[in-house]
Every structure is written in structure tokens, then in C-alpha cells.
Design a protein around this ligand. Sequence first.
Ligand SMILES: Nc1ncnc2c1ncn2[C@@H]1O[C@H](COP(=O)(O)OP(=O)(O)OP(=O)(O)O)[C@@H](O)[C@H]1O
Ligand SMILES: Nc1ccn([C@@H]2O[C@H](COP(=O)(O)O)[C@@H](O)[C@H]2O)c(=O)n1
Length: 226
Amino acid sequence: MMTRANIAIDGPAGAGKSTVAKKLAAELGYTYIDTGAMYRALTWKVLQEQADPENESAVLHILQQMHLELDMKNGNVFVTVDEKDVTDAIRQQDVTSLVSFTARHARIRSEMVEKQKKLAEKGGTVMDGRDIGTAVLPDASFKFFLNATVEERAKRRHAEQLQKGMQSDLTQLQTEIAERDRIDSERETAPLKKADDALEVDTTAMTIDEVVSFLLGIVREVKRYE
Ligand SMILES: Nc1ncnc2c1ncn2[C@@H]1O[C@H](COP(=O)(O)OP(=O)(O)OP(=O)(O)O)[C@@H](O)[C@H]1O
Ligand SMILES: Nc1ccn([C@@H]2O[C@H](COP(=O)(O)O)[C@@H](O)[C@H]2O)c(=O)n1
């Protein structure tokens, strides 16, 4: 019988982590945990409180006071903060452009990592983010680092926004994505980085289904021999 592993998926912005993690979790009957949504929800609350994202103590106080919940319904992640549905609000531009600043602080990351470890303690999770393989689940049974060129990642996000009827500027998106990756990679605590024992998958020329089948193949093959 398949034991319930934890699967870590990391990578830069727009590499397809959440899309692939969600599908992989559905195939395996595992729980999908979107850690980016947790940092986004905190950033939303920081904006609501008109606090300074650079002020670590102020941000920490907000994190310790707020009640954050992630739920999966019909294959989608729903996020509530203090019982308010912020699922759409946390994807807006104001949150996206500030999230890497709130996520930079060591004490914020330490609290978040504790929460994320707890969510995965029973196994059977697919968790995506930037530090899952390196800091949150260093003992995960499977670690994948999804990547794609910044041009391709911007193109994918551009297509998604147009499809949702949103305004989108491809050049601006590419600049924003590259800048977010830079801040995430240069922070001192648990920067965006491939874990030494993670498998890097360049998805630039792969479809979503090809990526999912590739990862699923590895998980099923390894589990067959356990
Ligand atoms: N292999 C792929 N081929 C084409 N489009 C893809 C592929 N993977 C993901 N996408 C699309 O790219 C967009 C970004 O994917 P997704 O939101 O999963 O990325 P992410 O890594 O979770 O991003 P972020 O870290 O910014 O939240 C989505 O519109 C998704 O449908
Ligand atoms: N494990 C993580 C996950 C996310 N972050 C920060 O949150 C930002 C938003 O993440 P998305 O996946 O929703 O785009 C991301 O740019 C990081 O700043 C993180 O630090 N660690």
C-alpha cells in the first residue's frame, strides 16, 4: 500500500508550482498546501492595517493576532483572514508587489515555517513555495524545483490575466516577475533556492499535463519499490 509522503515543490514566480501541485495532490488523494497564499494573506492584512511591511515587529504582531485559514473547495484554494474571504484580494497587484517584503523577515518566516510544518505533520501533502525543500520539509520524500525561462513565465501569466478579462502588459509582467525573484533569492533567511537533493524540472517547453505526468511517474515508481 502507498504510504502518505510529503512532496515539496519550489521554484520561481509563475513556474507552474501551484497548478502542478494541485493536480498532483488530486491524483494522489493528498492535501495541497499553498504557502504563497499564507504570505499573501499576511501582506493583505498588513495593507489593511496600514502597517509598514519593512517593520518586522509590526508585521509579526499582525501575524500573531490574525486568524488565517486555507480550504480546498472544488479544486480551488479559498483563503480567509479573520473570517473574511480574501481569496481574490490576495492575488491583486497591491499584495503581489509587497509580498516579498513582508516575507523577507526572519521572525515572520520562523512563525510561518512552524505553521507549515504542522500542516504537513501527518504526511499526505503536496506543499508549494520557495523554501519547502530547504526549510519547511527538509525530509520530504520528494522534492521538485520547477523552473522555466522568465520570458515563458511572463507569457503564461499574461495569457492567464487576459483570459480572466484583466488588463495585462507583458513587458511589465516580466519585469515584476524578475524583480520578485531577485528579492526572494537575495533575502538572508531561507532564500528561493533549489534544495541540493531536489530534482529541477525545466518546464519551458512542457505542457501542464506533461509536467504532472512526469512528477507523478517519479512518485509512483519510487513508491512501488518501497
Ligand atoms: N507547463 C505549463 N505550460 C503552460 N502554462 C503553464 C504551465 N504551467 C503553468 N502554466 C500556467 O502558468 C500560470 C502560472 O502558473 P502558476 O500560478 O501555477 O505558477 P506558480 O509557480 O504557482 O506562480 P506563483 O509563484 O507566482 O504563485 C498559470 O496560468 C498556469 O495555468
Ligand atoms: N514558501 C514561500 C512561499 C511564498 N513566499 C513569498 O510569497 C510570495 C508570493 O508567493 P506566490 O507563490 O503566491 O507567488 C513569493 O514571491 C515570496 O516572496 C515565500 O517567501 N516563501
